[in-house]
Design a protein around this ligand. Structure first.
Ligand code: FAD
Ligand code: SF4
Length: 325
């Protein structure tokens, strides 16, 4: 690990201003991703700004009946919150499908959203990687791609975003609140937080340098059956090959369709960001095959990972079956 300096931020505005003005400064929250990357010298911050003491660790109800989740709320606490379990079940389920109990005890809401990809070549400093070293090339293209993306990718990068929680937040239409280095704040719809790689895969979000996430807000509950199915190579402690976050309202059998009145769906494990195509959701009544065809229209799988398309369809079919039941 390279030497670095460390300080505890005094306030969100102080953290953002310092992160923007000190060369090589990085925020640290739970550290479960950043410290691993520092040990491998994939991230080499010169200065760490610890945001754990900023009091951003509460979950509050909003005036419009939603929830405001502090950026430092731990994944375990968020998953266990009675309001989340009751009204935002897809979020609770996605959280407990991620990592391990010990990691979730430390991992934070903001850190989870901003965790880096799990592309194996990104983690190997001996291999070219446009995300790690812009312009160096992409070792995954033409390499081993089983776990990598099938849609939203580019000729520069085919990595996926690894978060389970973010997929649930996408289907819940969450909003990310931030403080900017000039002290101003803004609200970013989660749909717009993560960027597609294009020709600059190292630029992963729309956050500006030093911008601090302070909270994530969820709109008032929409009801429905809320499910998260994650398919992975082993039963726990593994990232998704494919995951489906869904909110589905069964029609009670009188809707004339396949038992679905309306629904929302987002996919994980297939793209550089949680993947949701709202126009596809009108087709949930026609079933998983039609919906997945629209969700993944334009997919560019590799021979290694083309199975993800059928796997997404089957996982969505299982989710719809469970929702109807
Ligand atoms: C073995 C292992 C297995 C895992 N399995 C899964 C899994 O199955 N599913 C899954 O979803 N995740 C998984 N994870 C990832 C884990 O969920 C993340 O490491 C964790 O959520 C990151 O949160 P953190 O608070 O520790 O972030 P940190 O490591 O502290 O920070 C991560 C990034 O976020 C930035 N950051 C932190 N807080 C803020 C803020 N408030 N504003 C702006 N930037 C900020 C940091 O600068 C850093 O760049 C796994 C991790 C490990 C080590
Ligand atoms: S897919 Fe992206 S992260 Fe993986 S090697 Fe290529 S550029 Fe790097």
């Amino acid at each position: 690990m390279r030497p670095f300096t460390y300080e505890r931020a005094a306030s969100p505005a102080d953290a953002a201003a310092k992160a923007a003005s000190i060369p090589g400064a990085h925020f640290i929250a739970g550290g479960t991703n950043l410290l691993d990357l520092m040990k491998l010298q994939i991230e080499t911050p010169a200065h760490l700004i610890d945001v754990n003491g900023l009091g951003l660790d509460t979950i509050e109800e909003t005036p419009d009946g939603g929830l405001r989740i502090g950026a430092l709320v731990r994944n375990t606490d968020l998953a266990a919150d009675a309001r989340v379990r009751r009204h935002y079940g897809v979020l609770s389920r996605a959280l407990v499908a991620g990592a391990s109990g010990q990691l979730r005890n430390v991992a934070t809401t903001a850190g989870n959203l901003l965790q880096r990809t799990r592309c194996p070549y990104f983690y190997d400093p001996n291999q070219p990687c446009n995300k790690r070293q812009p312009g160096s090339g992409c070792s995954a293209i033409g390499g081993v791609t089983r776990s990598l993306g099938v849609i939203g990718t580019s000729n520069a990068c085919i990595a996926t975003h690894p978060s389970d929680m973010a997929v649930a937040m996408r289907v819940l239409d969450a909003t990310v609140e931030t403080v900017r280095p000039d002290g101003g704040s803004r609200a970013i719809p989660i749909a717009d937080l993560h960027r597609l790689p294009g020709d600059a895969p190292h630029v992963e979000t729309v956050l500006e340098r030093g911008e601090l996430i302070t909270a994530v807000t969820l709109p008032r509950p929409v009801g429905g059956a809320q499910l998260y199915h994650k398919v992975r190579d082993r039963a726990s402690y593994a990232f998704a090959l494919v995951s489906v976050a869904a909110i589905v309202q069964p029609d009670g059998g009188d809707g004339g369709g396949n038992g679905i009145a309306w629904g929302r769906v987002a996919l994980g494990g297939v793209a550089p960001k949680p993947w949701r195509v709202e126009a596809a959701e009108a087709h949930l009544k026609q079933g998983a095959k039609q919906t997945t065809a629209l969700l993944l229209a334009g997919a560019r799988p590799t021979p290694d990972n083309a199975f993800k398309i059928k796997l997404a369809e089957r996982t969505l079919a299982a989710v719809l079956r469970e929702a109807r039941a």
